[in-house]
Ligand binder design. Sequence first.
Ligand code: GLN
Length: 492
Amino acid sequence: MTNLHRLSIRELSEGLQQGKFSSRELTQHYLKRIEKIDAQVKSYVTVTPELALSQADAADAAIKAGNATALAGIPLAHKDIFCTQGVRTSAGSKMLDNFISPYDATVVTKAKAAGLVTLGKVNMDEFAMGSTSESSYYGATKNPWNLDYVPGGSSGGSAAVVAADLAPFATGTDTGGSIRQPASFCGLTGLKPTYGRVSRFGIIAFASSLDQAGPMARSAEDCAYLMNVIAGHDAKDSTSVDKKVDDYVANLNATSVKGLRIGIPKQYFNVAGLAADVKARVEESLKKLEDMGAILVEVDLNMVEAYVPTYYLIAPAEASSNLSRYDGVRYGYRCENPVDLMDLYKRSRSEGFGEEVKRRILIGTYALSAGYYDAYYVKAQKVRRLIQQDFLKAFENVDVIAAPSAPTTAYKIGANLSPTEMYLGDVYTLAVNLAGLPAINAPVGLDDHNLPVGLQLIGNYWSESQLLSIVHQYQQNTDFHTQRAAIAEENA
Ligand code: GLN
């Protein structure tokens, strides 16, 4: 079989269970594609063929013995922010280039328990700070739709592997849009779950009150399969919530689009910098949902102008605290020949962190310093609460809220936006993390450069099943999610 990489997760599961192909064949098929194509895309930081083949053989044995779970033997790529035992976990940083994790993140443990096969670890912005994946120590990943463009970030590698058919699905993390925006830039479906739905244990911390892991795949159905694996309470993460997990696959048709009230925040569609093509595609997708029976309702989200400043205060504050652990002593990069302890700290951190990470440590440390704490950090926390209340008020009248995932399509590699220009590109995703809400990106067509555009649907707390179901039904009625990136077409 030559087209194994074109199959959906359900088709892969059926094919494996019915013995049409083995997990070893499937895994080797992907490893070969990676070898052939990834030099152009540069999505993998580490490929793990030995681990993958041993997991594939174990899955094949379980399938033969008749005691395999539904996803046993299906390959998966992990963002290089999930600790994987015995494998380098770099977070895209020179600081962790030599870090072999002694343990697995809970998401990785759950994936292994489900019989999924680890193909490797994929590229990302350094410590998940960025929107292009260019801040990685390992260099830029390319957008499979056009190799001159970025795949988005920070989970750019996760998006690129799926869009280039170098993995059937991937894990990502989203602190301020890092699942939804790269999914948007690469024409994929990506879900950022409610804060607390997926364990953060073993995920290299960026901003702990915002970080959340989720699936990135071609369709809502494929995402649902991965959500069934990774969601749930974990005693090792005190912020994970002990709440019944839905069966996301079984519920794919459970939400009726007929009569569904979709909120349209008019302020979102007046944001300066919203590209005409993006606006047009998003409006067309809303028209389609309306044709399917949804009711579009105007809602007010008045805090839009506060999103970027609030996030870019809180996220760096938490990052500066989280990243203080990288001191050159216990693990990670250590400078050569330190003359004393201070020199060891200073040079290890100066040499080990990249520019964007240092910028955020500086901003965060400043905002948390005794003289400015009330003026900046405490103020930002108060605004954060107002942003959340704004959403809750909107949800009194609507079931979900629609928005673009990003104001533009993918940027050119090396476009060198200033930090503030780059931050403004996150305007549609940040508030969801500040409020702890779930949101999903769905591909809804292309711009006039043939680059994908994404629709974002934001749900109320714990509504990931509903979001997946709405997108699933939209995808039953459209074919944007089946369109393949250029490099995938060339290597079909
Ligand atoms: N682009 C945002 C940032 O740079 C979000 C990143 C993320 O979600 N990890 O912080």
